[in-house]
Structures are given as C-alpha cells and as structure tokens.
Design a protein around this ligand. Structure first.
Ligand SMILES: Nc1ncnc2c1ncn2[C@@H]1O[C@H](COP(=O)(O)OP(=O)(O)O)[C@@H](O)[C@H]1O
Ligand SMILES: [Mg+2]
Length: 302
C-alpha cells in the first residue's frame, strides 16, 4: 500500500534521511521507532506531501508523491507531532470546517462529526472552543480531525507524547480500534507502545532503517532468553569487562547503558560466574525478558 523508495533528504549538512526504504502492507499497523532526530517526522511529512525529498519516491496505492500529491493528501489522515488547531473555533465547527475542506458530502457531515466526537470521548465538549482545551483534549480533537474524511491511511506522529497516562491510553485504544480497518503508521519513541500495538516495527536511526519485523521476531533476534542487568559503582574498564564477558558461551551481547551492563544470555547456567567478573563493584543485579528497547539498543549500536 505504501512503498518508500530510496528516500534522501538533507538539511544543510545534516542528512535527515539516508536511502530510506520501507513498505507498509494494506491493513497493517507499522511502527517506526527511533530516537529524537532519527528522521521519523521528516519521512512522514514526505508521505503526506508536505515536504519534498532530495531524491527517491513514495508510492501510495499506486500514486507517486511527485505526480499526485492532491490524490495522496485525500487518502491520508495525518496526526502531526504538534497539531495546529484553530484556537477560536468550537470543537464541532473545527471538524465541520475540515470536513467541508476535504469535500465530505454535506448530508454526511453532521453524522460523521457526531460519530468522531463519540469515538474520541468529546461529545460533551463539542460546543466549547479549542482555546479552552488541555493538551489531552486537543490531542483527542486532532485525532478526530485526522479521521474526518474517512481516509484509508492514517499516520500518527508521536501521538501520546507528553500526554497524561489516561489520555495516552485512550489514544492507544483508538488506534487499536482502527486496526485492520485502516493502513496505519505509528511513529513513536516509546518502544512499549510500538510493542503493544504494531503488527511490524521498523527501527530507524540516523535516517536509515536498521531492522524491521514483528515485535516477536525482533525480540527473538537478540537470542537471549533473558537479559541480565548489572549495575556497577564505577564505569571503568568497560571494554575490558565486555571482552571478558563475551568469552562466556552463554553470553550473546553486552552493552553498557546508563551505568548498567545489559548482558543477553542464551542460558542461565553461568550467571554466578558472570557476576563474579564484577567483584565488589556490583550495586544490583536483575534479570528481565528482552523488550523492544533491548532490540533497539542492539540495532542502533550494531
Ligand atoms: N526543517 C528543518 N530544518 C533543518 N533541520 C531539520 C529540519 N527538519 C528536521 N531537521 C533535522 O533532521 C533530522 C531528523 O529530524 P526529524 O525527522 O524531526 O526526526 P524525528 O522525528 O525522528 O525526531 C534532525 O537532525 C533534525 O534536526
Ligand atoms: Mg519527530
């Protein structure tokens, strides 16, 4: 449904996208995870025909961003990172304005707006002005706005960033509710969110896709049954210790992040000897199942 082909974009000396290739299947929810500055928003804005690439193309349902931007815009619902709403509009009027702009048939508009307000839990606030809304309520209205023309494709850019946990959860619930009905892209730097919601996840770093697959597949690739986390007093001789650790047959990979060694283990039989390597430098020891975050750390360092 969406084919991103050899996309490149530089801003001055910064290469925001570096030969980016990615496909999204019809009806799929694809997550793009990556740290700040990875290039997520840049890629998405190109798919929405807001920004042009230096080279490369995005083909959406057979249409190219170079040749058919108007057609593509009509097919996509876009929730930007920083929604720009008309402050003085009432919630209902804002949705009506966008419905008319997108050419929704007049007789359908009122019903559509009611349905969307219901979906985002804003029916009671429909007569209130945007400038009286909190960040969470604005995000709800932005979601409704993105859906007003019933697009086949929906792109969410960091939809839960900075929201209270309750609103973040209801936004995740809308996305879940739409799964299967729409083709969706979810950009997020919350790995757990991607793990929870997405059919497949692409790991983006420095404008390049590092890996892509189902969350299970990506997690199984860091072939650890378990991650051993050892917090140490002093972050010294890290390379020396890493070297020593990878000599153990059960050790897959070793990373040092935030004062902690993350050691992926294929088996648990050598844990005791592994811990001994650290002598009395050990502050705490934990084990956990691998998460997408671990996958991400691997992919970005690798
Ligand atoms: N309009 C712009 N002008 C200059 N640099 C930009 C612009 N937009 C993005 N960048 C740079 O491109 C890189 C990718 O940014 P972005 O796509 O926003 O990343 P993400 O959404 O993953 O955080 C960053 O280094 C960012 O500073
Ligand atoms: Mg961004």
């Amino acid at each position: 449904m969406i084919k991103i082909e050899s996309l490149n974009k530089s801003f001055g000396r910064i290469k925001a996208l570096n030969d980016l290739n990615l496909n999204v299947k019809r009806g799929e929810l694809l997550g793009i995870i990556g740290p700040n500055g990875a290039g997520k928003t840049t890629a998405i804005r190109m798919a929405c025909c807001i920004l042009k690439p230096d080279s490369g193309d995005i083909i959406i349902d057979g249409y190219s961003i170079h040749d058919d931007p108007i057609k593509i815009k009509s097919m996509i619902g876009y929730l930007p990172e920083e929604p720009n709403l008309y402050e003085r509009f009432k919630a209902k009027d804002l949705l009506k304005y966008f419905a008319e702009l997108y050419g929704v048939p007049k007789r359908d508009i009122d019903g559509k707006i009611q349905e969307l307000l219901e979906l985002v839990g804003m029916t009671k606030r429909s007569e209130d002005r945007i400038n009286t809304f909190s960040k969470g309520l604005r995000q709800r209205i932005s979601v409704a706005r993105a859906l007003v023309h019933d697009p086949d494709i929906i792109i969410f850019d960091e939809p839960t960033m900075g929201l209270d946990p309750e609103t973040a959860n209801s936004i995740r619930n809308f996305i879940r509710h739409l799964k299967g009905q729409k083709t969706m892209i979810l950009c997020t730097h919350y790995m757990e969110e991607a793990d929870l919601l997405c059919d497949r996840v692409a790991i983006l770093n420095e404008g390049k896709i590092r890996d892509v697959g189902t969350p299970q597949y990506l997690k199984s690739k860091i072939h650890g049954e378990v991650i051993l986390k050892i917090r140490v007093k002093n972050a010294e001789n890290i390379d020396l210790i890493k070297n020593e650790l990878i000599q153990f047959p059960s050790v897959g990979t070793v990373n040092f992040v935030g004062g902690e060694y993350l050691i992926s283990l294929k088996q648990r039989n050598e844990i005791h000897d592994i811990v001994d390597v650290f002598g009395n430098e050990v502050l705490s020891i934990n084990t956990k199942e691998p998460t997408l975050e671990d996958v991400f750390i691997q992919a970005v360092k690798g």
